[in-house]
Design a protein around this ligand. Structure first.
Ligand code: NAD
Length: 429
């Protein structure tokens, strides 16, 4: 495998770490991205987003000439496609980025290459990618099954399941699923991942690999929806949801997740729809989970609005804007929606957004006159309403009583109290 050239197509949260890891494991890596700013940043040894330890890996690989970036598709032995797979109107999968990657790869193929689709995709996408390239290159054979010649182009799906904030560790340590369209494709792709993956490399078909990734995220979504629903029940009953969940989780076979402001990001909020659209009549639970989690920001806004009305507060301080703790990723973030809805509901109330991982407010908030980005060290709530939307590590040292808030809406349990353990009482005989 060493000395092979790999083109990593799409240098985002997944593609760039993959490129850096491959470059440090004996591959000559060329990153391809349609965004010229990304290409320029990578060639300067820089990372255009926040991810621990990635900057050192990229700077090291670029300075040793193991990694470079460009806009044009190069010839390569292996192509790793990590482009976005969002949904379009009607929550149908948008495969236009994968199709664009296919159109760019097709002309540079000469035969016997391996094309790996890492983008999270609806079942059957790897097969469609291979057919799309086959339509464009009828002079070459595509290995669509085990019946193929020695110079056929191979295809495999290898989904990514890293946790943002721990990508460089999990990319190496997690188990990987590799599913080829043929036995040879599976074997070729597995060999590439085995060069750096310390976890197990599990092999299957492409369609099973695609489905397994979607099932993982549907599992997370359904369980988060349960936690969010429990928090709504606790609100109605006026009991502490964190205490309820902590006590219930003392059952040896119960593990309820933590409620939050909703579900954001590029994955859990999107991927279940790929399964739902593949089997609409078989997925009522997944659909309900999506709707429950999508409704949670509105619930949080209602709680903040009630706190503002009750206290007559003139300011609302929101801790956290990213879609999860300790990252800068605002994609599909429910906290952005919450900030916007609160600001629009109370135009005369000052909304202070405390998000230490960004330096500018995102589109949608930057135009609102009563919203400003505030420093986290000075996150005093000035007798206003304080809402904790994201439990960033830097917030963990904040002491609720010292924040000066008139009302607190703690959506993610930053200040939840531990359940009280009964003191040991010795029976007096
Ligand atoms: N971010 C995650 O935590 C995560 C985890 C698992 C799986 N995934 C999946 O990985 C895929 C990529 O996600 P991401 O978060 O890295 O996306 P991203 O938006 O961070 O990066 C995608 C990159 O692809 C580039 N691009 C778009 N079209 C292109 C094309 N035709 N040719 C070359 N470059 C192109 C964009 O400019 C961008 O830099 C998605 O399918 C996503 O669902 C993401």
């Amino acid at each position: 495998m060493e000395n092979k050239t790999v083109a990593v197509v799409g240098l985002g949260y997944i593609g760039l770490p993959t490129a850096a890891v491959l470059a440090s494991h004996g591959f000559q890596v060329i990153g391809v991205d349609t965004n010229p700013d990304v290409v320029a940043a990578v060639n300067a040894g820089q990372v255009p987003f926040v991810e621990p330890d990635l900057d050192v890996a990229v700077a090291g690989a670029v300075s040793r000439s193991w990694l470079s970036a460009q806009a044009e598709m190069p010839r390569a032995d292996i192509f790793v496609v990590a482009v976005p797979t969002p949904f379009r109107a009607g929550r149908q999968p948008d495969l236009s980025f994968v199709e664009a990657a296919a159109r760019a790869i097709a002309p540079v193929l000469t035969g016997a290459e391996l094309v790996i689709l890492e983008s999270t995709s609806p079942p059957g996408t790897t097969q469609r990618l291979a057919r799309a390239i086959g339509d464009l290159r009828q002079d070459l054979e595509m290995a669509l099954d085990d019946e193929h010649g020695p110079s056929a182009v191979h295809f495999a799906h290898c989904p990514e399941r890293v946790l943002p904030g721990r990508i460089m560790t999990e990319m190496i340590e997690n188990d990987r699923i590799v599913g080829g369209l043929s036995a040879a494709s599976t074997q070729m792709a597995s060999a590439m991942y085995r060069t750096f993956c310390k976890g197990e490399v599990l092999t299957t078909t492409a369609e099973t690999a695609e489905t397994a990734k979607l099932v993982e995220n549907a599992y997370r979504d359904v369980n988060i929806a349960l936690a969010n629903e429990i928090s709504n029940v606790a609100d109605v009953l006026d009991i502490d949801v964190w205490e309820v969940i902590e006590l219930a989780n003392r059952h040896p076979r119960v593990n309820i997740l933590r409620p939050g402001p909703g579900v954001g990001g590029h994955c859990i909020a999107v991927d279940p729809w790929f399964l739902i659209s593949a089997a609409p009549d078989e997925t009522p639970l997944m659909r309900q989970a999506r709707n429950t989690n999508d409704a949670k920001p509105t619930q949080v806004v209602a709680n903040i609005e009630a706190a503002v009305r009750e206290s007559g507060a003139l300011s609302v301080t929101l801790l956290g804007l990213s879609y999860k703790a300790d990252i800068d990723d605002l994609r599909e973030s429910p906290s952005v929606q919450i900030a916007r809805d609160v600001a629009l509901a109370f135009p005369d109330v000052q909304v202070n957004v405390v998000e230490p991982h960004i330096s500018l407010l995102p589109t949608g908030l930057d135009q609102l006159e009563n919203v400003r980005l505030a420093g986290w060290t000075a996150a005093g709530a000035e007798q206003g309403v304080l809402a904790v939307l994201v439990d960033h590590s830097v917030f963990k040292g904040l002491i609720r009583e010292e924040m000066g808030a008139a009302e607190v809406v703690d959506v993610c349990g930053l200040w939840s109290r531990p359940a009280v353990v009964a003191p040991l009482v010795l029976d007096v005989i």
